[in-house]
Design a binder for this molecule. Structure first.
Ligand code: C2E
Ligand code: MG
Ligand code: MG
Length: 673
């Protein structure tokens, strides 16, 4: 029986020591979950409180187990109120002790302060606990022995706290955390066993062969241990959830599974470069918006997932891919030279260019890539991203489906863009815009059948600026809306003047930006421009692009139908370059298809010729007119005529001209009056 007693005692001693260490580790792990630099004070306090509670539960369980081990019997009328009070006080001591230990600058005073608080918390719990469970044993209060046990608790706690600085910002496993937990566990265990030993509990101490445990004690003890372990399991689970699942949500993009902007920030902070060379790639799909608009967001999403997986295949083993949002991706390649970067960019463009098979659609997309090199273009995330972004702009500007490595010339370009944006805001008020008109010519009848109004900006310093340069800025900033309103009034008044003067009576078309269809009052604005000028609606034509038509098709079709009922004409500009599923073409209320100039430019190629011929056939079947854009040579005219297209617009017949030149042009070219 004695032998059994010793056996149980050692087992329980080890168990209680183990519990103390486990509780200490759990508590320290909880308080190190929230790095001081990123967490809000409220979150930190919450984790701290959780840590203090876990530590307190551990201390309680340990004492309970230890007291059972010493074979003492409890008074059945234990005082629960006292028990709770002692736990609350103990938790408060632990909370404040740990809270001091997390301070930014640790001084000797702080160490000892928090050590004393923790040590006091541990001891208070023990002594309060002993009185509350009303041990039926006779206890000798041996002051020196108990003082030593409290001293040991304070010293061990202080030492444990001295180590907190080494791991307080590392939420994962850390050996210093373990050492600190060992010390704290020792502090807890020592208070118990030292004072039990020193106090000389009458029924035998932990050293001696105490009375064996009765079966109900064993059950109780196992229960306590299991509950405690369960508690730790829960807190461990919370830590896991916080660290892994929530972190995944915060740092990853749910669609592609790639790290997102926050992930990128962290990667640059923790791992990327650190003084070594490397490359940053900014990747943006060309015309992704059109795909999204024409085929829907589901297909757009699937395409992005496919693109993500192709990018992952294209990078080197050290490379890392991020999704910044929309169709923007970033790749970081540590250790890359400019040559290696160029090789990889080619590989990426090649991969993206291959067709994507998505839900029975064969999609063809291209990407533009901008590259910056470290350390030449910067060493931190912000300057490298800025340079790569500038390089990306340059790839887009020079025709897309390209990559460019940053150079300082691009910076100049970016600066010009920014300064133009600033000036554009004042341009309307300062009357810097003017309209030029380009004829649409019927090549069989040899008459002008229409005009296209094109915007020009007379910049006070830079001279005439092409719309190709400023329209994208105007669209981005939303300035295109007031500019188009102005255009509508200007063009309608001018056209009426030509009618009145007998110069020409043809429809004049105005290019519409997608932004115009986002405003609800397009119809009212058009009506206003017509009624103020007094122009008959049939002499006004709106040019829209395929992506405008397909974007929010129902709404756009409704707006266009209303305008058509008024008598306003509508044409589909740059036809053939969008992604319209031809199946919808008959639903869009348009009078005319304008064949994009890229087909005319390359009309010698058999494939382009086939496309032109098909567009003409479609138009004829849908009872629409066709206009060929960008006609420059007699060969092109001949070909177009042979394919059945008679109306043409291009430099061959007339460049865009300001009003004063156009009068002259009309006289020389016998316009249809
Ligand atoms: P777009 O509507 O397709 O206009 C035709 C463009 O092709 C015009 O360029 C015209 O000058 C040019 N072009 C005409 N014939 C030929 C030719 O034979 N050869 C060549 N190489 N080019 C030719 P522009 O005026 O520079 O306008 C460019 C684009 O800017 C327009 O393309 C249109 O999308 C946009 N834009 C122009 N004015 C406005 C406007 O008032 N509002 C909006 N939203 N966009 C406008
Ligand atoms: Mg146009
Ligand atoms: Mg066009």
């Amino acid at each position: 029986m004695d032998h059994m007693g010793i056996h149980y005692n050692i087992w329980i001693m080890l168990l209680s020591f183990g519990l103390s260490i486990l509780a200490s580790y759990s508590a320290l792990n909880l308080i190190s979950q929230v790095p001081s630099s990123t967490a809000s004070p409220r979150t930190r306090r919450l984790w701290l409180l959780l840590g203090a509670c876990v530590l307190e539960i551990g201390i309680w369980a340990m004492h309970y187990a230890g007291i059972l081990a010493s074979g003492l019997q409890f008074d059945g009328r234990s005082n629960t109120g006292m028990a709770i009070l002692s736990m609350v006080i103990g938790t408060a001591f632990c909370y404040f002790g740990l809270s001091i230990s997390l301070g930014k600058r640790m001084t000797f005073l702080r160490w000892t302060g928090s050590g004393i608080l923790l040590g006091a918390g541990i001891s208070a719990m023990y002594y309060a606990g002993r009185s509350w469970i009303k041990l039926d044993a006779q206890t000798d209060y041996n002051l020196p022995g108990q003082s030593i046990s409290v001293m040991i608790a304070i010293i061990a706690s202080s030492m444990s706290i001295m180590l907190i600085g080494r791991f307080k910002d590392s939420p994962g496993f850390n050996r210093w955390k373990l050492y600190s937990a060992l010390l704290l566990g020792t502090a807890i265990t020592s208070v118990h066993y030292m004072s039990t030993g020193a106090g000389g509990v009458a029924h035998g101490s932990w050293l001696g062969p105490g009375p064996s445990l009765v079966q109900s004690d064993v059950i109780l003890l196992t229960g306590v241990s299991l509950v405690t372990l369960f508690m730790f399991g829960i807190t461990g689970g919370a830590v896991f959830l916080d660290r892994h699942l929530l972190e995944r949500m915060a740092y990853h993009d749910p669609l592609t599974g790639l790290p997102n902007r926050h992930g990128l920030e962290r990667y640059f902070k923790d791992r990327f470069l650190r003084g070594r060379p490397g490359a940053v790639f900014f990747i943006d799909l060309d015309r992704f918006k059109s795909i999204n608009d024409t085929l829907g967001h589901d297909i757009g999403d699937m395409l992005l997932q496919e693109v993500a997986s192709r990018l992952l295949q294209s990078v080197s083993s050290r490379g890392k891919v991020f999704r910044l949002g929309g169709d923007e991706f970033l790749i970081a390649e540590p250790g890359f030279s400019p040559d290696e970067a160029a090789e990889e960019a080619k590989r990426i463009l090649q991969e993206i260019k291959k067709s994507f098979r998505i839900q029975d659609n064969d999609l063809y997309v291209t990407a533009s890539v901008g590259i910056s090199m470290a350390p030449a273009h910067g060493t931190d995330r912000s300057s490298l991203m800025k340079a790569a972004d500038t390089a990306l702009y340059s790839s887009k500007d020079s025709g897309k489906n390209k990559f460019s490595i940053f150079d300082s010339e691009m910076n100049r370009h970016q600066l010009r863009r920014m300064s133009l944006e600033k000036d554009l805001r004042k341009a309307l008020a300062q009357s810097e815009f003017m309209v030029v008109y380009q004829p649409k010519w019927d090549s069989l009848m040899n008459v002008t059948v229409g005009l296209e109004a094109l915007l020009r900006w007379r910049h006070p310093e830079h001279g005439i600026i092409s719309p190709a340069e400023f329209i994208p800025i105007a669209e981005e900033t939303g300035l295109i809306v007031p500019i188009t309103y102005w255009m509508l009034h200007e063009v309608c008044s001018q056209n009426l003047l030509w009618h009145k003067e007998g110069v020409a009576s043809v429809a004049v078309s105005i290019n519409m930006s997608a932004r115009m269809f986002e405003t609800e009052d397009l119809y009212e604005v058009v009506v206003d421009a017509l009624s103020r000028s007094g122009l008959d609606p049939q002499y006004l034509e709106l040019e829209i692009t395929e992506s405008i038509a397909m974007n929010n098709m129902e709404e756009t079709v409704a707006q266009l139908s209303k305008l058509r009922r008024l008598g306003v004409r509508v044409s589909l500009d740059d036809f053939g370059t969008g992604f319209s599923s031809l199946g919808n073409l008959d639903e869009i209320p348009v009078n005319t298809l304008k064949i994009d100039q890229v087909f005319i430019k390359k009309s010698k190629m058999h494939s382009k010729k086939a496309i032109i011929s098909n567009i003409i056939a479609i138009a004829s079947n849908l009872d629409m007119e066709v206009v060929a854009e960008g006609v420059e040579t007699p060969e092109q005219i001949e070909l177009l005529q042979s394919l059945g297209c008679r109306v043409m617009q291009g430099y061959y017949y007339g460049r865009p001209m300001p009003v004063h030149e156009l009068g002259q042009w009309f006289t020389e070219n016998s316009a249809a009056v």
